[in-house]
Design a protein around this ligand. Structure first.
Ligand code: NAD
Length: 259
């Protein structure tokens, strides 16, 4: 990854932050994106750059806004001469029955978890085609394959992301560009912590018991997928070994989709 330019959307927290750190450790220049405390983001940015001797930038594009996504891509191309890797990771969750699901939550979730993947992909492809190389990694979910009660928008978005991954792969096949998806099951991040807290409150459980039940009901291994495991998969997809792998989905879900 030495001197490659990598954008990880939604990298101020959770999986995205871990992937951005892994790419920096592998020698890539990285563009962070996402919301959060400006001083904290800047600390992380400077720390990654110093520790790994790479350039790390931050762009605060709101991934619901196509013009800001386009600015994120063009800033990266201006600063680094290319976007070698785009990791479409930014995502949110909201849980509710379909008939109670607030339409504005549906719109926001579909905009971030799905439409942003389209807009980001459309904006990086011209440059990748010109250079004859590129990697697009979409962070989907086990919910790209399976349903889930109270998760209509999330499941719809993640199924669609897998479809978009396949179309991107087909349209770029043979061009030096690949597009693949990683489909994690439960990963311990703020997005999941909120679901654990909601379950604890709903069922009158302590956090430990709520965590265990959440895991074991759906993830047969009974273990969270780790950041290191996800980073390994993302780096693999960007390696020469995966040069002829495109349109694929790697599940890292402890057997969830094997059920
Ligand atoms: P997280 O809440 O820890 O991080 C989400 C990131 O997205 C943050 O950096 C946040 O600032 C950013 N973000 C949110 N809205 C944004 C917007 N409008 N514009 C730009 N950035 C925005 O979540 P996470 O668990 O790390 O999830 C990351 C991705 O992994 C998501 O796509 C999620 O669906 C997927 N995923 C997570 C799990 C899990 O168990 N945590 C499982 C499968 C898939």
């Amino acid at each position: 990854m030495k001197s490659r330019a990598v954008i990880v959307t939604g990298s101020t927290s959770g999986i995205g932050a871990a992937l951005a750190a892994a790419f920096a450790e592998a020698g890539a220049n990285v563009v962070l994106n996402g919301f959060g405390d400006a001083a904290q983001i800047d600390r992380v940015r400077r720390d990654l750059a110093q520790r790994h001797g790479v350039d790390v930038l931050y762009h605060g594009a709101d991934m619901t806004r196509p013009e800001e996504i386009s600015d994120l891509i063009s800033m990266t191309e201006r600063r680094f001469g290319a976007v070698d890797v785009l990791v479409n990771n930014a995502g949110i969750q909201h849980t509710d029955r379909i008939e109670h699901f607030p339409p504005e939550k549906w719109d926001a979730l579909i905009a971030i978890n799905l439409f942003a993947v389209f807009h980001g992909t459309a904006a990086v492809l011209p440059g990748m085609r010109r250079r004859g190389r590129g990697r697009i990694v979409n962070i989907a979910s086990n919910h790209g394959f399976s349903g889930g009660v109270n998760k209509c928008a999330y499941v719809a978005a993640k199924h669609a992301v897998l479809g978009l991954t396949k179309v991107t792969a087909l349209e770029t096949a043979g061009s030096g560009i690949t597009c693949n998806a990683i489909c994690p099951g439960w990963v311990k991040t703020p997005l999941v912590d909120r679901q654990i807290e909601a379950r604890a409150a709903r069922d009158g459980l302590d956090i430990g018991e709520a965590t265990w039940r959440l895991l074991i009901e759906q993830q047969p291994s009974g273990r969270f997928t780790t950041f290191d495991q996800l980073a390994g998969a993302a780096l693999f997809l960007c390696s020469e070994t995966a040069a002829n792998m495109t349109g694929a989905s790697i599940t890292q879900d402890g057997g969830w989709t094997a059920l």
